[in-house]
Structure formats: C-alpha cells, structure tokens
Design a protein around this ligand. Structure first.
Ligand code: MEV
Length: 423
C-alpha cells in the first residue's frame, strides 16, 4: 500500500524523479523500474499474445495522484494518448480529497454467460424443464473449472428467458458465474459450451451461440463523492456542473460525450492493468441505455449545504489474474503500483477514477472551458515543431498560451524573439 498519493508538484518533477518516487512508494524492484523505462514488452511476449505480430506499439503511461478511495491512498497508473486526462484526474482528486475523497462499493463478481437455443417447439415448457434441471446443469458447468470452484467461485445460478426475434422465438439460458478475481470470459465461455448440449437436449431444440454477455449487470460497482464549492472555484461553478449534468440527463447527444469523459479515466486504468477495455466500454454503454434511452453514468446534485454530491454506477468486468493482466509485464507492474488485492478493489478504483474524471471535465467545461487545459501540452508540441529545444520549449509554449495563439508560425516568431534577445 502506498503511504500517500497527495503529492504537491508531482507534475513538476522530471519523468525519472517521478518514476523513482513511485518505485519507492510501491516497492518496485530495479528490474521493474527498468521495464517501465524500457517499454516493458519484448517481441517473443507480444508474439505469444496475438497473431501476425510485427512490432510493439507504445503508449504513454502516467500516474494520477491525490486519489483517496475508501480511506486508502492510491497512485493510479493511466495509459492514454490524450493530453490533460491525467492532470485533470489528479486535480479533481485533490478537490474531492478535502471532504474525504471517494467512497466505493461493489459486490460479488458475477458474470452472465448466454446459451442460445433455437427451434424449441414448446418454449414455455422447455423453460420449466431447464430450471427443474438447474443443479445438474450447474454441476456440468462447474466440472469445467475446479480451480475456480475451489476458490469459492463457479456457476451459481440459471435464468431462462424466452425472447421473440426476427428469426422466431428463442430460449436464452443465462448461466450466472462467480468469476472471483478474473475478468471471467474464458471461464464463462467454457462453461457455456459445456452445458449447451444438455440444454438443447432438455429443451428439444438446437444450440447456437455460447458466449458471455458484456452487459455485466450482475457486476455493478458504485462510487460517490462530495466536493466543497471552495475547492471547485465557487458556487457558480457548482451550479454550472449541476447544469452540465442536467443537460446530459436530458440529451443523449450530450450524454455520449459526458460518458466519453468518464471512460477517458476508466479505459486508461483498464489499459494500464491489461484489462479488456472494449468489454468495459460495451458494458458501460449498454448499461447507460438500460431504461431504453441513453443516459449519463454519473449523477450530480447540490446539497442544502452548498456542496456538490456526485455518484457513478456501472458494470465493470475486470480482473487481476489471467489474460493480459499476467502476460503483459507492464500490466503486472501497474497492478503492483495500484496495490489492489482483488478484482473488486480494482473495479472500485476504476469507478472512482471515472467519477473524478467526469468531475474534472464538467468543472473545466462549466468554468474556463476545456481548451485551456488541453493547450499547455499541445503548445509544447507546437513549440518543438517550431524548432524549440530544451528550456525554450516551456518558454515558447507559455508565451503562446498567454497570447492565446497556439500555432507553429506564432511559435517560430516567439522563438526568433527569444533567440534574438539572447544573442
Ligand atoms: C474529452 O476527451 C472529454 C470531454 O469531452 C468530456 C465531456 O465533455 O464531459 C471533455
């Protein structure tokens, strides 16, 4: 566990000093530090992960600081290509910290596997027959994963749904599997394949698809926070954040962007920890539409005390064992930096990051606008493009931001001035 994540001026250190600090806090070995410096993955490892490998594609790994979740300090590894995401999360986490940070809660790690049965002549009766044989079906499923069962997980229950489709009535069996600390796709899919022939025989039909559902609504995580108007920049900003939320609640066009901002944080942690972010995205957006209309995944309200109260609720199918969480050496190191001990804890951290990322975006949008934050890093890139080197980069970037003109021609002009002034 890290001693603290409240680090003033972390962003001002150079990358190596930041790495040293994180290494000390998280107890990283010299090999782990070198792996982070060197990009971490070799070609043979990559070749074992996917097909037709021709190289390794690097992404920046940053650390968001100031996170206090359920009273515990976390350093949050984030892999993301977009400027401002890590800085915004760190800033908003500092604001939320003043009132105790974020609280988060999750339950059993239940995944749903689906088996599709077609050509069932008496679907309602077949449904009863399948439910009657519940124990036998669960036994067949659990035979496939004694390790998971030994850990207290495994197939726990069945649901059978009759659905009408363009191709006629189908009987869909849901296998509810406690996957413990895994994401669970492999375990669930294997179990679905194992029980499908028995289900088809009992129902008197044919099985087709046997695959997990990414609408993992038995694996919901919730997080909530409270922030003072003082830390946000005043009651007008609080009002602006509330109105921004209300806009998303009423308008799917805005809700999509609102939720995209949430996923900026959640996906970045998912990638850093080797988790399947497409599965997370699919789950989040389908859950956001569960009432038949696309809605924001967070809520914000202003209390009678003037404080801003926020919460998030979404499914998170994430693991800390198996898959890329193990094969990708950097994912293992990121999990060590995070210090999470269970998939539940990882999900709670990720939901908290999503909530805080949303707070950061809404605060910026309701106040100075989103471009100001984006501009400072962008300006540095433009300065480099204009030929700035070393200390010149920051000086040129700062001047462009001050003059609100972030363009290569402007950077060249400032650079010429700077160099002219020096000689
Ligand atoms: C940009 O990546 C994310 C935002 O658009 C989110 C939002 O609008 O809430 C800033």
């Amino acid at each position: 566990m890290v001693r603290t994540s409240r680090i003033a001026g972390f962003y001002k250190l150079d990358a190596d000093a930041r790495l040293r600090f994180v290494a000390e806090q998280a107890g990283l070995t010299e090999d782990e530090v070198n792996a982070l410096r060197g990009g971490g993955m070799d070609l043979p490892t990559a070749t074992r992960m996917i097909e037709n490998v021709i190289g390794i594609f690097p992404m920046p790994l940053g650390i968001a600081v100031n996170f206090l979740i359920n009273g515990v300090d976390y350093l949050i590894p984030m892999v993301v290509e977009e400027p401002s995401v890590v800085a915004a999360a760190s800033n908003a986490a500092r604001m939320a910290r003043e009132r105790g940070g974020v609280q988060a809660l999750s339950g059993d790690q239940l995944m749903i596997g689906q088996v599709q049965l077609v050509d069932v002549k008496k679907p309602a009766t077949a449904r009863m027959e399948i439910l009657k044989n519940r124990d036998e079906i669960l036994r067949i499923a659990n035979e496939r994963d004694p390790v998971l069962v030994g850990l207290g997980g495994g197939a726990k229950d069945l649901e059978v749904r009759e659905i009408s489709t363009p191709a006629g009535t189908m009987l869909i069996t849901h296998l509810i599997v406690d996957v413990k600390d895994a994401m669970g796709a492999n375990a669930v899919n294997t179990m679905c394949e194992a029980v499908a022939p028995t289900l088809a025989r009992i129902a008197g039909g044919r099985f087709r698809l046997r695959i997990l559902s990414n609408l993992a609504d038995r694996r919901i995580v919730r997080a909530w926070t409270r922030v003072s108007p003082e830390s946000l920049g005043g009651s007008e900003v609080v009002r602006g954040i509330y109105e921004a939320y209300a806009f998303a609640k009423a308008d799917p066009y805005r809700a999509a962007t609102h939720n995209k901002g949430i996923m900026n944080g959640i996906d970045a942690v998912a990638i850093a920890t080797g988790n399947d972010w497409r599965a997370i995205e699919a789950g989040a957006h389908s859950y956001a539409s569960r009432y038949g209309r696309y809605e924001p995944l967070t809520t914000w309200e202003v209390g009678p005390d003037g404080d801003l109260y926020g919460s998030i609720e979404l499914p998170l199918a994430v693991g800390i064992v198996g898959g890329a969480t193990r094969t990708n050496p950097l994912a293992r190191i990121c999990l060590k930096i995070l210090g999470v001990k269970t998939a539940r804890e990882l999900a709670e951290v990720m939901a908290s990051v999503g909530l805080i990322q949303n707070l950061a975006a809404l605060r910026a949008l309701a106040d100075e606008g989103i471009q100001a934050g984006h501009m400072s890093l962008h300006a540095k890139n433009i300065a480099v493009m204009a030929g700035a080197e070393g200390e010149e980069i920051d000086l040129v970037a700062e001047e462009m931001v001050r003059e609100k003109m972030v363009r290569v021609d402007k950077a060249k002009e400032i650079l010429a001035r700077l160099r002219g002034g020096k000689t």
